[in-house]
Design a protein around this ligand. Structure first.
Ligand code: AMP
Ligand code: MG
Length: 329
């Protein structure tokens, strides 16, 4: 049956909203051919949602995780994500590691049947986490080799990649501008119908109803990772979904959230997860060295640190937090 999507008009632009990838998705476009473009976008997301999810029973990533020999053919889409993830794994010395899936599963995040694994189980599963064992070969088509007991999770990068692919689909179809929102992943390009920039809110990690500030921006991905996004409490202790591959436990440092602002959604998504694990000090060393992204940190002691490349686009809106710009020297 042909899926119907609901389209709303606002300020001369068109929006569709739907639920996929475990999150609410909103696509707004400034485009005369909006009907076809929004429908094509919906179809693309539905296809990706199923092929990039480690928790699906069938699909491209499930096929990798259910492989019966070490090497399997993989799609171009999966190859592209693995390459960017592995680049960021190297940059962050393994703070991002897409082979963390056995641990992610043990904590019950995919099934939402959350539990604190026994420490011995965590120690055993840590031996299955090592991105350097991923071997992608390019012959006629891409092929992945990985020890049989290891598994891959693209949860840290798939939404960013989907944002990139939606943006290129919309641009190819002639859209003049768009805002693509997949939960904590936002991507904007071109201009709004009134020729103004897009306004992207920075969420208060401690209050879902509040925003801490606004970015007036275009042609960027704005991707946030935070402990507030998925978590549970057991015996009065708080556990969240971003695991530190060095310990097997949820990352524990001064941060509540990390927002990356850069061109590529996939790179932004990989970095946001990796830098959340690393903490602010180590992350800033990478920022200074690479100079290819900007970042906003929100810390547990109610401070917001913003790298100076965003000083013209960021406006603070909260008096509950102190705001600081970080100079690049
Ligand atoms: P994100 O929301 O982009 O920060 O990604 C978090 C998701 O990535 C989690 O829900 C897990 O599926 C997976 N994940 C958790 N910790 C890591 C990690 N250290 N490296 C790679 N993926 C992770
Ligand atoms: Mg991420």
């Amino acid at each position: 049956m042909e899926e119907k999507i609901i389209i709303r008009e606002h300020q001369g632009m068109h929006t569709t909203s739907f639920f996929a990838m475990d999150t609410l998705i909103d696509i707004t476009i400034n485009h005369r051919g909006y009907k076809k473009s929004l429908k094509d976008t919906y179809d693309l997301v539905m296809d990706y949602a199923y092929n990039f999810a480690a928790y699906e029973k069938i699909g491209d990533l499930a096929d990798i995780n259910n492989r019966v020999s070490e090497c399997v053919d993989i799609s171009e889409d999966i190859k592209n994500q693995i390459e960017i993830a592995n680049f960021v794994s190297q940059l962050t010395k393994g703070a991002l590691d897409i082979t963390a899936y056995p641990l992610v599963e043990a904590w019950g995040f995919p099934s939402k049947d959350f539990k604190v694994p026994k420490d011995q189980e965590i120690q055993e599963l840590l031996s299955l986490v090592d991105f350097s064992k991923i071997n992608v070969k390019e012959a006629i088509s891409p092929r992945l080799c990985l020890p049989l007991d290891m598994k891959i999770d693209l949860g840290a990068v798939a939404k960013g990649y989907t944002g990139d692919m939606i943006e290129s689909l919309l641009k190819n179809q002639g859209a003049k501008g768009g805002l693509i929102s997949l939960g904590g992943n936002i991507q904007v390009f071109g201009l709004k119908a009134d020729k103004s920039l897009w306004r992207v809110g920075l969420q208060d990690p401690q209050d879902e109803q509040e925003i801490l500030g606004l970015l007036e921006i275009t042609d960027r991905a704005i991707v946030t990772s935070g402990s507030y996004q998925r978590n549970f409490v057991e015996k009065d202790l708080f556990y969240h979904h971003i695991l530190d591959p060095r310990t097997g436990y949820p990352a524990d440092n001064e941060l509540l959230s990390v927002t990356i602002v850069t061109k590529s959604g996939t790179y932004a998504d990989a970095l946001s997860t990796g830098l959340f694990v690393l903490g602010m000090e180590e992350s800033l060393k990478i920022w200074k060295r690479t100079q290819d992204f900007e970042v906003i940190f929100v810390t547990k002691d109610q401070k917001v640190y913003i790298t100076e490349g965003l000083d013209k686009s960021f406006k603070s809106l909260s008096d509950q937090y102190e705001f600081f710009f970080i100079p690049n020297n």
